[in-house]
Structure formats: C-alpha cells, structure tokens
Design a binder for this molecule. Structure first.
Ligand code: ADP
Ligand code: MG
Length: 717
C-alpha cells in the first residue's frame, strides 16, 4: 500500500482509509445500505456521483407548460391507481398537483410506481407534456424523488429501494464528507501545465461542485476534470505497461519477402481488399522490427481477418519459425484448421531432411479432444519444429506444449481470453528469451477511442471494408404469431430453393446444460411442426466433440437443411450457403452477440435474412437493441449504440467488487477526453518515465492498482 502522509492535502488513498461509519449519521443500518451499492469508504462515497441533476431554475408550473413541450414539474402525488389494460399490461395513472394545476402522469408496465409514488410523495417529473382528453398529461416521465432538498440544482444520486438508500441520504453523507475534507483540501496530482492546457479546475473544486453545483455549467466543468482524472489513470497504466513491455522484450525480426509469402499470395483466388492490404503492411512493419508485435486486428464479421492472420503466420514459417493460433472454442478451432489447411494446401516449406528438399507445410489441430497418441505425435512435432502451424484451444497453453521456435502467435476473439492466457502462449514459445509476435483478432467492433482504452496496451489495425460481392443481410423483427408463421413460410421456401438455415435457441443462462435442453426441445418441436420433413441437425455444447464435428461437416456439405443450435455457432462458423438466421428470444442477447450471430449468414453471394424473434414482452433496452440491429449491419454503429445502452463502467475486469475505473467518464460521450488523456499520459511519460517528479500521480496510480490484486487485474483484461 501507498505510504499515507498525515498532513497536507488529502489523497484518494487517505480517503479510502476512512470507513463510512466514521461519518455522522451513518450507523449500522446505513452502513449496510451503502455497502450494498459498494460504498465502503469516504473515497467510495465521494466518487458515488449524482446520476443527474434537477435544475430547479428550469422548473415549470403546471399551469404554464404548453402541450408539446418538455418540462420539469415538481409536485405532490394527489392520487394514484393502477389497472390492467385489455392486452394485459399494467397502466399506472397518477394525479400530480403543484398548486398551479393538475397534471396526469401515466406509466405503462411499471406496476411498482404505485409503491414509489404513494399519495403525498413529492417528486420531480420530467417529460413531454401532451393533451389527453383536454387535460395535461405526461407519459412515462423520468421521476426523481427529491424529499425536502433545496437549492437551485439538486443532485440526484443513484438510489436503491432494496438497499434502503435514498438520494437525500447520500447527499447528506457526501456533504458531511466534504465538510471534513475542507480543512486540508483534496490534493491535486495533475501538474499545472496539464490543468492549464485543458482548462481544468482543481480536484478539490471539481469534487465540491459535482456534488453541490450552483449552476449546470459548474457540473459541466467539474465533470470534465473528474472524467479526465479517470481516463488519465487508465491511460497512464496502459501506456506504462506497453512501454515497459517494449523496453524489456526483444522480438524475432522476420523477413517479409520470400518465396513462401509469394506463393501464398498468388494461390489466393481473389484480390485483397484495400483494408486487408493496409493491415498486412502494418503487420509486416511490426514483424520485421526488433520490438515484438503487440497488435489488435479489429474487423467486422466477414471482413477477412483470417487471411490477414494467416499471412502473418506464413511470414513466421518462411523464416523457419512456427506459428500458433488460439481460438476460444473447439468448433472455432476446427473451423480455422479446416479453412487454413485449405488456404495453405499448395504450400511447401524447405526441409533438408527430405529428399526433394521440400515438404508440405504442416498444420495441426490441438484441442482437448485430440486423443493421447495423436496428441503425443503433435507435441513431438512441435518440439522438433516439424509442425509449422498449430491451431487449437486452451489446450495450446497446457503444460507439455513446447515449440522449437515459435515466431508468431494469433489469438482469435480475444474477449474470451484473459491477457495472461495470450501471454502464456507467447512465453512458452521460445527458449532464447526472445518474444514471439502477437496478433489479437476481434470481431467485436469497438469505436476507436474505446479501443484505445480497452486495448490500450495494443496497437490497433482496423479492417473497415468487406470483401466485394456480399449482399447485405435483411433483418426482420418478429413479434407476433402472424410474423412467426410468415417467417417459417419463408424459411421453408429458402430450403426448397437450396438455402440453409440456422436456428439459434434462446439463451437460458450461463449453463450449457439448460441451453442444450432448450436446443433439444426446439429441435424436436421444429421437426414435428414448422420444419417437419426437412433435414435437421442439432448442435450444442454438451455433444461430444465427434458429434459436433460430424454435424458441422454435414451442414457444411449441404446434407442438412437447418441447424438448430445454441450460441456455439456465434463465432467463426463459415458456411456460405447458409442464407437464413433465425434467433429465438432475441431480446435475451446483447447487441454484440446478435451481430456476431447474424454475421453467420450473408457470407455468400445470395441475399440473406436474419429474423429476430421476440414474442414475449421486451424491456425498452431490449427493444432498442433489436431496433438497432434491424436498422443497420454496420458493426461500428452498433458498437456505439451498445456502449450507450449498456452504459460503461469497468475497463479492467473487476465487475464483482472494487471500484470501477470509469464512474463518470463515458467512452462514448467523452471521446475527446479519451484522446486528451492518452496524449497527456504520453507526454507525462515522455517527460519522466518513472514518474519520479510526479509523486502524487505516482502514488495515485499505486493506489489505483492496489485494490486490484497487486496490479494483476490488468492481466485479466
Ligand atoms: P472474419 O474472420 O473477419 O469474419 P473471414 O476471414 O472468415 O472473416 O472471411 C470471411 C470470408 O471471406 C471467407 O470465406 C474468406 O475466404 C473470404 N474472403 C476473405 N478475404 C477476401 C477477399 N479479399 N476477397 C474475397 N473474399 C475474401
Ligand atoms: Mg473469422
């Protein structure tokens, strides 16, 4: 832990050392309430920021608001009832009075409002005012209980009925904390020139104003400063790690030009896209440098990442080294092995031990399914340098896997691996201390500024172009029985025309067993009803490896009309003849996952369709997700929507406990601050890599990392 001084301005580490029960008004009960929202210390409390503010200077009197306008009304609940509508939804209606008039407020499907807004409750209502049967009405407004708080701008804290924590409780504890900080003040780790450069206020002022602003422009200024702090901590951490790695590591300097690479290029049946060409150039530059490559290859589904990765692997093999590709699932590893063997089928490598001086390039698949004798052979081949490329799952990082000379590592779908796993594969690959080049591929598009943060220790290449000849996927939402029967009708027609179909079953929970059951049920139901007489296959995680492989092979060969599957097909599965994707209970999936699933079709030249089925009630977020998917196939656009809907929080994987890295900053809204923080981190580290002259900042980073298992958290990114 950081050494904590006991005088001078307060550091975050010091505030972290003061438990909330030391505050006036926090007894056992409130302590427990605060603990439920992860507030244990004064530092937690001060960074438990208001969720929004009620600007009472904008408060309107009911008698003054005109229909069609958005308004903030503060009033007392005079009456509230709840009833069921004809289609089975609940409708809560409240009558609000503010002395000047009455406003009717309605809520759909929010039965809990009758408890929240008991008669006599004072609350703020924000929304659009309409005229309904001659009376002013607001439908589904934003509601904040304000209690007896005064002031022009009232901060509203995230509250929790369950935890028994109301916004006014938090406000009073925060006020008390700030009062007790005021004597020593909050220390400022930022150098004056950085503050001046971006026009930032001091931390003390920012912390005071975010909790007690006089105007909305106070909030804005305070927020900027605190956002910058959060982003700077993250960027400094990532950048320091990146630089340390670069300094400490010597890589393999690969030669790019050569016969193998030429043959690989000329054996391709198509032209590279401009994005592929550019990305390969970026990778070539890294490969030929003495610093190990540490690069993220980002590209939407179908953008042709595999080819780019294979190019890097071929460069390594050409120089007499080996390459490894690690995928998150067996299905995906198999799919890669199949595709890559095909891409490289014509390629031979020089070998003095053979008569001809050449032998076919050898690609092996290593998963936990490979039987012991075969496994032994592959391991021997890897250790002897006779296996050129190995493709596999986690099995690649188990003990006993040794390489003669691993030159390049490709990790696919990185969000499923921890950083320590990708590093392990690199670390075990060489005995001479040099570090193999690393390429991480992800099909989850992330806006560039977010990538800068989430993958801040990697350089980023983006494949932002799809190969030509793809027909856009048409996406339909299916919300009722009529839609369903039309959908199955179209599915049968597609099958009759020779197309193939995926049906993805509802995600039950993180349980392979339940997911498998649901897929089995669906399989049987469809076989008996909508798809009777069609050739159906079933694929889920509980099948044996052999069964999975056989089913996938049959589907690929066109021997099955439809594949009923769980999300095991989410990534990598590539069957160009598949033209329809049906996703059942689509509302249960996230945007990224739906986008991935949809990307399984539209891989050939035929027009493809995706059906998002949601026949049950859907939350407004769920609805927004499905609408976004229906509106665009652009992964980057979807990623932005996703960021917005999910809200952000944790960059470093610490979701269960501990403080969030980003409480206030939003990778979406604060893009320019991400860039500024990155640049500030760069200049600070250029100026003083050890941060010796930035003592407060160095301390703060130590504190930032200390909560996280001694800094290991980074390895779990
Ligand atoms: P990703 O992994 O990015 O989703 P893949 O690498 O699986 O995409 O490529 C998708 C499909 O596009 C594959 O069938 C691949 O052979 C094909 N492909 C890749 N690059 C090109 C290109 N430049 N021109 C035409 N087809 C391509
Ligand atoms: Mg792929």
């Amino acid at each position: 832990m950081t050494d904590v001084p006991t005088s001078g301005p307060l550091t975050l580490a010091e505030l972290e050392a003061i438990p909330v029960e030391r505050l006036r008004g926090v007894g056992q009960k409130k302590k427990a309430s605060l603990a439920q929202v992860d507030v244990h210390t004064v530092a937690d409390l001060l960074t438990y920021y208001p969720r929004r503010y009620i600007d009472r200077t904008k408060e309107a009197r009911v008698s003054d608001v005109a229909p069609g306008e958005e308004a903030l009304v503060l009033g007392t609940v005079a009456r509230i009832d709840s009833r069921r509508t004809r289609n089975g939804r609940t409708l809560v209606t409240a009558s609000i009075s503010d002395g000047s008039g009455r406003l009717s407020v309605t809520f759909f499907n929010q039965p809990w409002r009758t408890k929240q807004l008991a008669e006599g409750t004072v609350a703020a209502f924000f929304g659009k005012v309409d005229l309904y049967r001659g009376a002013k009405q607001m439908a589904n407004p934003v509601v904040d209980l304000v209690g007896d708080r005064t002031g022009r701008i009232v901060p509203i804290y995230p509250q929790s009925d369950k935890a028994g924590l109301m916004t006014w409780d938090v406000a009073s504890f925060v006020t008390e904390s700030l009062r007790r900080c005021s004597e020593r003040g909050l220390g400022d780790p930022l150098p004056a020139d950085v503050l001046a450069q971006w026009g930032l206020m001091s931390r003390h002022q920012a912390m005071t104003l975010i909790h007690g602003p006089e105007s909305m422009s106070d909030v804005f200024g305070a927020r900027s400063r605190l956002v910058f702090d959060e982003l700077l901590r993250v960027q400094l951490t990532l950048l320091r790690r990146k630089r340390a790695l670069e300094l400490a590591c010597v890589g393999v300097q690969h030669r790019i030009e050569g016969e193998l690479v030429d043959r690989f290029r000329s054996a391709l049946g198509f032209e590279l896209t401009a994005a592929q060409q550019r990305t390969m150039d970026e990778i070539d530059f890294d490969l030929s440098s003495a610093t190990p490559m540490h690069r993220l290859l980002q590209g939407d589904v179908g953008s042709g990442k595999t080819l780019v990765a294979v190019h890097a692997m071929v460069v390594a093999v050409q120089g007499g080294h080996q390459a490894a590709l690690m995928a998150p699932t067996e299905v995906l590893a198999e799919q890669h092995a199949l595709g890559i063997r095909e891409l490289l089928s014509e390629i031979e490598v020089p070998d003095d031990r053979t008569l001809a001086g050449w032998r076919p390039l050898r690609v092996e698949l290593l998963t936990n399914r490979v039987g012991a004798p075969a496994r032994r052979k592959i391991l021997a081949g890897l250790a002897a340098g006779e296996v050129d490329i190995v493709i596999g799952t986690h099995a690649l990082i188990q003990d006993g896997v040794e390489f003669a000379s691993l030159g390049a590592v490709v990790v696919d779908e990185q969000h499923r691996f921890g950083v320590e796993q990708r590093d392990k594969l690199r670390d075990q690959g060489r005995s001479d201390g040099r570090v193999p080049d690393l390429l991480v591929m992800t099909a989850t598009p992330i806006p560039r500024t977010a990538a800068m943060t989430v993958y801040g220790d990697l350089d980023v290449s983006v494949l932002d172009e799809l190969p030509p000849g793809r027909t856009p996927i048409i996406t339909h939402r299916v919300e009722d029985d009529v839609g369903l029967s039309e959908m199955w009708h179209t599915v049968r027609e597609e099958i009759a025309d020779g197309g193939q179909v995926y049906v993805v079953c509802p995600l039950i929970e993180e349980s392979e067993k339940l997911d498998a059951n649901s897929a089995e049920e669906m399989f049987e139901r469809l076989a008996a009803t909508e798809l009777s007489g069609r050739r159906l296959g079933l694929l889920h995680g509980r099948l044996s490896g052999h069964e999975k492989e056989a089913t996938m092979a049959a589907f690929r060969a066109g021997e099955l009309d439809a594949l009923i599957a769980t999300t095991v097909i989410e990534v990598g599965v590539d069957v160009p003849n598949a033209t329809v994707m049906v996703i059942e209970s689509a509302e249960r999936f996230g945007i990224a996952q739906l986008h991935q699933l949809r990307g399984r079709v539209g891989r050939g030249s035929a027009a493809s369709r995706c059906y998002l089925v949601s026949t049950h009630e859907v939350t407004s977020d769920g609805d927004a997700r499905l609408d976004a998917l229906a509106a665009t196939t652009d992964g980057f656009e979807l990623a932005e929507v996703d960021l917005e809907l999910r809200g952000e929080g944790t960059i470093f994987e610490r979701r269960q406990s501990g403080r969030n890295d980003l409480r206030l900053a939003s990778l979406r809204r604060d893009k320019e601050w991400v860039v500024r923080a990155r640049s500030a981190a760069g200049s600070i580290l250029d100026d003083d890599p050890s941060l010796g002259r930035y003592a407060l900042l160095a301390d703060e980073l130590k504190w930032f990392l200390s909560d996280r298992e001694g800094g290991d958290y980074l390895l779990k990114g």
